[in-house]
Design a protein around this ligand. Structure first.
Ligand SMILES: [Zn+2]
Length: 380
């Protein structure tokens, strides 16, 4: 255990009563309403004063001023926790700042109810956020909202100071993310390196020969399809429709959780066990443009894994080395360096004409990625 601290969001699932549900929805809705209206006000000012010096600077101070005027017109905003609306002003200011700093980040956009990131954030103030054994207290929502989470999270939530809480409603599920500082638990150095070949049939093959299978989603996907069909047969808005929609959402959530869980386990294993992780440069941007749906989905999966590895490497002081995607990792014999250009798509094994090694396509590629990754890493 080190003394370094890490900011994390501990997400727990909430089980609100119908009354509490209404208040949470109102708070999230108000945050969205304020965001969209602030954006509107700023756009109007920009259009009105185009080319002059009178355009209000899009930052927290400006937006807070707009907010105070809005509050006079829209009395329902008083029902929101006030820090959550100020947070919107801060977030929007930040979004504009990001747009100025990085050209590829677009201007802030209007928010829709359907956006899974739709949320509201409430600040800790004089202990107004409290965590008990089975309930949490969140200002303006209620004193006692039921929640469930792991023992580990409960312990962390009890022991550490909560900075703020973010409430979310997505796919029929209410959740709260408690922002807190916890001790960084850094993985030890192992002096081990690994190369990873990402594939279609198997998710990943390691240079050690270990193959990681794709998450088996056959059953979950069949259930999703089943309830999707059921929904399409039922009258939208009816009780029966609502019932199948609930089941459908549950299965969608199960699927997402299964994937998330598998990726976290895999990347956790990698970063814990290896100090240097070498993998192909995925060029996600270029990949989006072409390919079949299955290929596209697999690439999205790789992108997620890559992000998790990057994140965990940074957190634990380990290294990720990417290898150029034009590096012919599957064609080179890792034993003698002979380049075998006759390798066919889908061919799983090949015999090296030079040294007669029988190469497993994926393991051979992973070893080559490791060697090339080490070479590039040592050049730095
Ligand atoms: Zn060879």
């Amino acid at each position: 255990m080190s003394d370094e601290m890490d900011l994390v969001g501990l997400v727990v699932r909430l089980y609100p009563t119908p009354e509490q549900e209404e208040i949470i929805k109102q708070n999230i809705g108000n945050a969205r309403f304020v965001w969209n209206n602030l954006l509107d006000a700023q756009n109007q000012m920009e259009a009105l004063f185009q080319g002059t010096q009178y355009i209000p600077y899009p930052n927290y101070i400006t937006f807070n001023r707009y907010l105070n005027i809005m509050k006079e017109t829209y009395s329902f905003l008083e029902e929101s926790e006030s820090s959550s609306l100020q947070q919107v002003c801060r977030d929007l200011g930040k979004a504009y700042r990001k747009n100025r700093k990085e050209k590829r980040v677009g201007k802030p956009k209007y928010k829709s109810k359907k956006n899974p990131k739709d949320a509201c954030r409430i600040q800790q103030n004089n202990n107004n956020i409290k965590i008990h054994k089975n309930t949490v207290k969140i200002p303006t929502i209620d004193e006692k909202i039921h929640y469930r989470t792991s023992k580990e999270y409960k312990k962390l939530l009890k022991e550490n100071k909560i900075n703020h809480v973010t409430l979310k409603y997505h796919n029929g599920i209410y959740s709260a993310s408690f922002n807190t500082k916890i001790h960084k638990d850094i993985y030890k150095k192992t002096n081990e390196h690994v190369g990873i070949d990402l594939g279609m049939k198997t998710l990943a093959t390691l240079s050690t020969g270990l193959k990681i299978a794709n998450v088996d989603l056959t059953y979950v996907e069949s259930m999703i399809k089943k309830y999707q069909k059921q929904m399409s047969r039922r009258e939208p808005g009816s009780n029966r429709y609502y019932k199948s929609q609930k089941r459908y959402w549950n299965w969608v959530n199960t699927k997402n959780n299964k994937i998330k869980d598998a990726y976290h386990k895999f990347t956790h294993f990698l970063v814990k066990k290896y100090d240097l992780i070498c993998m192909e440069d995925l060029n996600i941007e270029g990949m989006r443009k072409n390919g079949k749906l299955s290929t596209k989905l697999q690439r999205i999966a790789w992108g997620k894994i890559l992000r998790l590895i990057k994140d965990k490497c940074r957190r634990h002081g380990k290294a990720l080395q990417q290898v150029g995607r034009f590096f012919p990792s599957s064609q080179i014999c890792h034993k003698c360096g002979y380049r075998y250009t006759n390798l066919k798509i889908g061919q799983e094994k090949w015999n090296c004409p030079n040294c007669h090694t029988v190469n497993d396509r994926d393991i051979n590629a992973a070893i080559n990625i490791l060697n090339e990754g080490e070479r590039l890493f040592n050049q730095l």
